[in-house]
Ligand binder design. Sequence first.
Ligand code: SF4
Length: 296
Amino acid sequence: MFLQPLQYDEPLFRPPGEARSAILQVTTGCSWNKCAFCEMYTSKQFKIKSFEELKPEIKILADFYRGVSKKVFLADGDAFVLPAKRLIPVLEEIRSRFGRLQRISSYAMPKDILSKSDDELKELRELGLKLLYIGIESGDDELLKLVNKGETFDSTVEGIRRAHNSAIDTSIIIINGLGGRLFSEQHALGSAKIISRVNPRFLSTLTLSLPYGLEHFQSRFKGEYIQQTIVELYKELKVFIENLDVENVIYRSNHVSNNLVLEGTLSKDNPRLLKQIDEAIQITPGHIKPSLPLFL
Ligand code: SF4
């Protein structure tokens, strides 16, 4: 296992693209912590760390990663919930300790972006905050309510646009299978619509994971949830990709939860990606349901 320079409040999550980044836990847990499909931070009480706590940690990270990494990821769940006036000194300290950085990034909810002014977003960008990972999960308002996401199609589009207008890139996550069989088509179409509207720099699809089992998720889902087979999940993904209208979006479906690994640039690679999905549909027995990975 990779040696960590700090004692983190576990469990600690970071996007696959931040595997080599220095991770600074500016918050623990998630301020929302209510999404029906997410168990990442249910064991943690949300807390914001003080600047005094973070300062020595930034120094340790800068010393440890000197010459190794030029990227810093702010954890946990939605570190961007911090008001700009608390984030700015943290970013300034990171810059002063690390020197020239490639980027600083963080998970964010659209409401975290909307709570900041354009001037604040631009200042954060100038201090190195170049990428926000946003788990929008779906573009369908009915499904967003059923999983208690706390965001809507409109709030999500507005939040992402505000980030883009301040030159902050976004990496968007959609969850394949989030609505089960009953909501599959509207989920795929709504998600394609919202991605087409915002045209993010990066897009990834995960597959719904059920670490505590199907019944537990069904008890949190505010409607009827019927689990899909793997073939049905592939078909949902196909509808999603077929209906995208985007340019130069770097797409990855390579998370541990995914049964089929897909990588490409949308829309240039759409024909190849759709062909890969068709081939997977043909060779996968129709009755098999996804296994249950331990983590989302
Ligand atoms: S999906 Fe994101 S916003 Fe929702 S509970 Fe999990 S960490 Fe929080």
